[in-house]
Write a protein that binds this ligand. Structure first.
Ligand code: CP
Ligand code: NVA
Length: 335
């Protein structure tokens, strides 16, 4: 699983729904003081999941370790100073060797090509835990959060979901901020699920042409794909939106550009005033993958009544469970 673009709409929707149903089942078991229910309990017994992280992480690390543990397996965290990779050994040799002793590699890398190369030489499934281009586990959790918020269980009989959609068609997402890895997979998910996405980034920080092609290609075979629109004016993107989303303006690895970026993104902070000026829908929700800095969103929004940021973070656990189940337990079949 290197990007949401690897998944058909049906596979993506199923992963999201599986994440939600595991959450409900495990929470019910916990409340009753019981073991996690099958098929999760013991699903990874005897299996080791290698977690190769060459960048910091709170959510991705904790959710992956907790998910493997919940399923009875052993998470083996390998930080950038723990293994020979990148200093003393090639990616190819590392991939062949680690995959010969484990059941899955979950990798957080720099350039996306690194995780592509890991997968090319691995004999076990590889899950992208964030690359320069994509963050698929985040997108699964984000759609789980959107689905829970806009189609709560009480409305599930009439939520319009089908085998290849989540019943979210017609919803509008506005991304205000940097065009980055988190946006790219989110946009691919939106196109596949019939959710319109409007992106506002400053001049020079928009979606690169090659990535725009990848996002638009996600519409292939989707009867009513979500539409992508782009602007440099935050108010335009926010118009009629149901959900406002942003992320850091300075991703990991871009620290040297911090001053330049803070200047370029002036006027892009998500605030209630921006939402009002732009004409966001009443009751609009706010999402952010975290970690968050106050420059991209103020406290009133981040801690406000429409903020979904903490359920969104918690859903990272269930996204990890659903991905490990699909790719490690069921060998890539999303059942
Ligand atoms: N959202 C996310 O991936 O957070 P971490 O960098 O803390 O894993
Ligand atoms: N865009 C951010 C996401 C962190 C989860 C980064 O790449 O640093």
């Amino acid at each position: 699983l290197l990007s949401i673009s690897d998944l058909s709409p049906a596979e993506f929707a199923k992963l999201v729904l599986n994440a939600s149903s595991h959450k409900a089942a495990v929470n019910a078991a916990n409340a009753a003081g019981e073991q996690p229910p099958k098929p999760l309990h013991g699903a990874l017994t005897g299996k080791t999941v290698a977690m190769m992280f060459n960048k910091r992480s709170t959510r991705t690390r904790v959710s992956t370790e907790a998910a493997v543990q919940l399923m009875g397996g052993h998470p083996m965290f390998l930080g950038k100073d723990d293994i020979q990779l990148g200093v003393n050994e090639s990616l190819r040799d590392t991939s062949v060797v680690i995959s010969s002793m484990t059941s899955c590699m979950v990798a957080r890398v720099g350039a996306h090509q690194e995780v592509v190369d890991l997968a090319a030489h691995s004999s076990v499934p590889v899950i992208n835990a964030l690359s320069s281009d994509f963050h698929p586990l985040q997108t699964i959790a984000d759609f789980q959060t959107i689905h829970e918020s806009f189609c709560p269980p009480s409305s599930s009989s009439s939520d319009g979901s089908s085998s290849s959609s989540l019943g979210l068609e017609g919803l509008r997402v506005a991304w205000v901020g940097d065009s980055n890895n988190v946006l790219f997979d989110l946009a691919i998910g939106c196109v596949k699920m019939g959710v319109d996405i409007a992106v506002a980034s400053p001049e020079g920080y928009g979606i690169p042409e090659a990535m725009r092609k990848v996002i638009l290609a996600a519409a292939e075979g989707v009867p009513k794909p979500g539409r992508l629109s782009e602007t440099t004016v935050p108010e335009e993107a926010v118009k009629d939106t149901d959900i406002l989303v942003t992320d850091t303006w300075v991703s990991m690895g871009q620290e040297a550009e911090q001053q330049k970026r803070l200047k370029a993104f002036a006027g892009f902070q998500v605030t209630n005033e921006l939402a009002k000026r732009g004409g966001a829908k009443p009751g609009w929700k706010f999402m952010h993958c975290l970690p968050r800095h106050p420059e991209e969103v103020d406290d009133d929004v981040f801690y406000g009544p429409g903020s979904l940021v903490y359920p969104e973070a918690e859903n990272r656990l269930w996204a990890a469970v659903a991905a490990l189940e699909a790719f490690v337990v069921n060998k890539g079949k999303i059942l």
